[in-house]
Design a protein around this ligand. Sequence first.
Ligand code: FAD
Length: 415
Amino acid sequence: MEIGVIGAGVIGATAALELARRGHGVTLIDRSDGADSAARGNAGAFAFADVIPIATPGIMRKAPGWLLDPAGPLTLAPGYLPRIAPWLARFWRASWPDRYAPAVSAQTALMNVSQAALDRLLAAEALEPLLRREGQLQLYDSAQTFRASLPGWEECRRNGVRFDLIEGAAALAEYQPGLAARFTHGAWTPDWMNVTDPALWVETITARALARGATRLRAAAQAVRPAGQGAEIVTDRGVQAFDRVVIAAGAWSGPLARSLGLCLPLDTERGYNTTLPARGFDLRTHVTFSDHGFVVSRIGDDIRVGGGVELAGLTRPPRMARADALLAKAKAFLPGLEVTGGRQWMGFRPSMPDSLPVIGRAPGAPAVVLAFGHGHLGLTQSPGSAEIVADLAEGAAPAIDITPFRPERFSGARA
Ligand SMILES: Cc1cc2nc3c(=O)[nH]c(=O)nc-3n(C[C@H](O)[C@H](O)[C@H](O)COP(=O)(O)OP(=O)(O)OC[C@H]3O[C@@H](n4cnc5c(N)ncnc54)[C@H](O)[C@@H]3O)c2cc1C
């Protein structure tokens, strides 16, 4: 089959490689050289332990406090509330226990299939040198916030996540030296792993797809429409027909879905980071500051400090003060970290309100597969998503039940 994949971020590139490996003709279409892609500048984690959705019971009670703190983990751009209010209402509904529990199961299933698919990908493409298997240390500010996290860890245990809970500064220092004295409680997830560099990962995946016969087209997709048994992509460089089309344009997938008559609640959670020269700082693992919504990870020879969520849509300019705020906190939490001379970045997480991606055939256009909305976990879930996308393109049954990910779960998606 000839398959057009829109978006050469980590979801589109990994799907393109999987489809090319299965012998299909693949055209990978992206409007840029990857400068826009959230996948290029992220924290680089295969965060398989993160089975708890962002929409968690009680999260809405924490949100006002976060919003009032200028250095807190969440900000909302002035004037963006009316635009994001329907998304927030769905997010709030998704955090109720009756929706949260199935979301944990769905997230776990996608994590498990992604972990297995990653193993297959590493073996088939000899990509192990692009990984660091150094686990993750999650830190809490106080015994109180640590205790509040315990039900979540219990949920993780029920879903097969391996972890150790840690108490005492000396015990924490064995995992990561140089922490500020305030940290006395944490959790260690040994199966967590990171890529050495997320940009290099996406470039390598893309190069492997091209080596297996895929072609790359620099063009902006404007619309997708059914055509006979297949579908056409309208781009700024003309119209191209395919047997199957995959929409994997990350946070920008909304207009493409709308061109098929689908109205899906995709928005963006913008995140910020700063990449610093390591200057000898001994970062031994991926460190997550749970109460502050940011992480510190090794990227190449450098150290990246970033995270946070800014609800501000796709068109407002970046507000790098967010990156500065995270850096100031990192300095306080890791006093030996030298925080000058860094490169700042902002990325657009493609986010659905229920913290689950959209993966499924487009209602009313079965030759089109939707694969976007992976939020905080696009790198992590890319190997499993790629296999599911390829199965759907071929008309085969995916390895897991994809009902929780189907676009039809949102009312606007019913064609
Ligand atoms: C600060 C931060 C840290 C993160 N850390 C992690 C992490 O550690 N682990 C993890 O798993 N996830 C992480 N994420 C999330 C992850 O980066 C995203 O979920 C992931 O990049 C989404 O991949 P994608 O391919 O869907 O979208 P993207 O990577 O954004 O790619 C979309 C591509 O589509 C192209 N495109 C858009 N519109 C069009 C069009 N009309 N025509 C043609 N091309 C188009 C764009 O140019 C872009 O290249 C992080 C995100 C941020 C912001």
